[in-house]
Ligand binder design. Structure first.
Ligand SMILES: Nc1ncnc2c1ncn2[C@@H]1O[C@H](COP(=O)(O)OP(=O)(O)OP(=O)(O)O)[C@@H](O)[C@H]1O
Length: 228
């Protein structure tokens, strides 16, 4: 089964810059994998195409049998409900509690209060923050704040979680902790695609690795096969 498929995808920005060229790969439901490569290799662009913040200029991106190049208007919003996003700077609302931050995606889609509270509680427990519902982001450590960002990205139970350098600001021990959390999500059935240039971290995880070089997919390495 395939959740996500890139078929000969190219992306040329309006500036004329070719960020991706002829990229093809598939992702299965519940699979966790990394995309790595030098700065400017095209990692963020690849994630943007999946999140529909940019469109492919060649080839097709298919997610859950939908051709993302053909989505318009409300269908894009509906698509994004199935794709959670985690950023390096978690972009939490500073004056809102942890619970309110995590509740946001559910409130935006008009879910009933009681149901929101229930889902927020169980999601915070999943990320190990069951006792921090009422805290403000600044009262949490960097690793805890990142876990809130992850909770917000998964509270609506997306099919795929995209994480762009999710451990960029964290020390190695916290990075490993966040990766273990992402791995546990994959074990529960959410596909997880992590963009990272931290090769040491990528190696430690022993997952499949897509390697981008100047927009080309130059390697698709099986789990545990990345040379030490
Ligand atoms: N909005 C944009 N308009 C024009 N060019 C862009 C845009 N976004 C990215 N690029 C260019 O596309 C190429 C790929 O950029 P991208 O951000 O995808 O790389 P990256 O691998 O994520 O890099 P980094 O690790 O530095 O974040 C780069 O040459 C970049 O300058």
């Amino acid at each position: 089964m395939t959740l996500l498929r890139f078929d000969n995808v190219g992306k040329r920005y309006a500036s004329g810059r070719d960020a991706l060229a002829d990229v093809s790969f598939e992702v299965a439901p519940g699979e966790m994998l990394f995309v790595t490569g030098h700065s400017g290799a095209g990692k963020s662009t690849l994630l943007r195409l999946i999140h529909c913040t940019e469109r492919a200029t060649r080839g097709t991106v298919v997610f859950a049998d939908r051709n993302l190049g053909k989505l318009r208007g409300r269908r894009i919003s509906l698509h994004r409900r199935e794709v959670g996003v985690v950023f390096q700077d978690h972009r939490l609302l500073a004056d809102r509690s942890v619970a309110d931050n995590v509740a946001l995606p559910l409130r935006l889609r008009g879910m009933h209060r009681a149901e929101v509270a229930k889902r927020v509680r169980s999601t915070l427990e999943k990320v190990g923050l069951g006792d921090r519902e009422k805290s403000l982001p600044r009262q949490l450590s960097a690793g805890e704040q990142q876990r809130v960002g992850i909770a917000r990205a998964i509270v609506a139970e997306p099919k795929l979680l995209l994480a762009d350098e999710p451990t960029g600001n964290l020390d190695p021990a916290l990075s490993t902790e966040i990766m273990a959390l992402l791995e546990s999500l994959a074990l529960r059935g959410t596909s997880v695609l992590v963009a990272s240039h931290d090769l040491a971290l990528v190696r430690r995880m022993r997952k499949r690795v897509l390697v981008l070089d100047h927009g080309k997919l130059i390697d698709d390495i099986g789990p545990g096969d990345l040379a030490e």
